[in-house]
Write a protein that binds this ligand. Structure first.
Ligand code: SF4
Length: 374
């Protein structure tokens, strides 16, 4: 059954008319689903019972309840959602639940903000060597309603980062649809300045509907959300060794595109940089990074690497291993940060959250079902 969640105002008006209802029912549906966050048709009290029954024949709301939850000592919480994906393989996958895939998202409460780390795909195709999610392989794109259902489950969010499972640019149609609903006046009304979308930087995404633009161009043109680029090494050969995406699209080409956009005002460009001891955390690498981002108004976020244990993958051996990727110690990260800051690049060391529940960056592997079932 098709979900109403994820539909635009115009689409909901068309659905109302098709069901033999007045056009204004479309607006009422928007208000109930996106403003009042209802979970069932029964709650739509200003829509007649007959109209609701007509709609229920073909549609569901699309809200999803997580099946498991784990809480970290630092307040971070991780949730497992069974979501519909647009992949015919989903039904047969080991991790599937009916015709759904299981995905994780992470809730990060802080003093002054509450952020949700949202997944856009089940697993991921990008195969970054250090990332546990990459070990899942790819099991389908999340539909826009599945992306939005993660957000709607948490009423107190202030910020969103699309940095969970998956590469958002590899699922651009669903991601753009979800961002449209999130930021539209008739939708959830979020400011795009509270939403950050992350990418490894791919420009070769097959172009949908004959369009001439790459996914990243479409994201930059069609939204005002912040962009975070997963960089992790400014040396092309070293980056290619840990991130296969570099071979498809060199980071320099990604930055050639990014430089064509205005980052001097409200829109933020950031680079994510996981620090590994003796791999990418010395002054030579800081200098390369500096050269790469020269002249770009941006910030660099240094991230401490989270070493995963085999248990995080439900007993499977992880490919990201701590011998290949030893985490940098804090003093080297501070030196790296200070070098960039001294040369005019805003640089911060991101606080590590949720490691004890495998919720930190690159650790989402859908192992949650073994931890706590709701
Ligand atoms: S780091 Fe991101 S893009 Fe790379 S494999 Fe993991 S989820 Fe995919």
């Amino acid at each position: 059954m098709e979900a109403l969640l994820g539909k635009t105002l115009a689409e909901l008006q068309a659905i109302a008319i098709e069901a033999g209802l007045p056009r204004f029912v479309g607006k009422q549906l928007c208000e109930w689903i996106y403003r009042k966050h209802v979970t069932s048709f029964d709650q739509m009290t200003n829509i007649s019972l007959k109209a609701r029954q007509a709609l229920q024949q073909d549609y569901c709301i699309g809200r999803i309840t997580p099946t498991a939850e784990a809480a970290s000592a630092d307040g971070t919480r991780k949730y497992l959602f069974p979501v519909p994906v647009d992949s015919p393989t989903a039904k047969n996958c080991q991790m599937s639940n009916g015709n759904c895939q299981l995905i994780e998202c992470v809730y990060l409460p802080e003093e002054d903000r509450t952020t949700l780390c949202v997944s856009t795909q089940a697993g991921c195709k990008m195969g970054c060597k250090f990332c546990m999610t990459g070990t899942l392989g790819f099991h389908g794109n999340l539909t826009a309603d599945a992306i939005l259902a993660q957000v709607l489950h948490f009423p107190d969010l202030t910020n969103l980062v699309l940095m969970g499972e998956g590469e958002p640019m590899d699922n651009i149609d669903n991601v753009l649809r979800a961002l449209n609903v999130l930021t539209a006046d008739w939708g959830l009304g979020w400011s795009p300045k509270r939403i950050t979308v992350s990418t490894v930087g791919i420009l070769q995404k097959p172009i949908a509907n004959g369009q001439q633009l790459t996914a990243l161009q479409r994201f930059l043109d069609e939204t005002e959300c912040h962009l975070a680029i997963s960089l992790h090494n400014a040396n092309a050969a070293e980056r290619a060794a840990i991130m296969p995406a570099e071979r498809l699209t060199p980071i320099t080409e990604v930055l050639d595109l990014v430089r064509q956009y205005d980052w001097t005002h409200q829109r933020r460009l950031s680079f994510e940089y996981i620090c590994w001891s003796g791999v990418n955390d010395d002054t030579a690498h800081a200098k390369q990074l500096l050269r790469l981002v020269q002249g770009l108004p941006c910030r660099v976020n240094l991230i401490r690497f989270h070493q995963s244990e085999p248990s995080a993958t439900n007993g499977q051996q992880p490919t990201a291993n701590s011998l290949l990727f030893p985490a940098s110690d804090e003093s080297r990260m501070i030196a790296f940060r200070d070098y960039l800051s001294a040369h005019g690049v805003t640089c911060t060391i991101r606080k590590s959250r949720g490691e004890d529940i495998h919720a930190a960056c690159g650790m989402l592997v859908n192992a949650l079902q073994t931890e706590q079932t709701i």
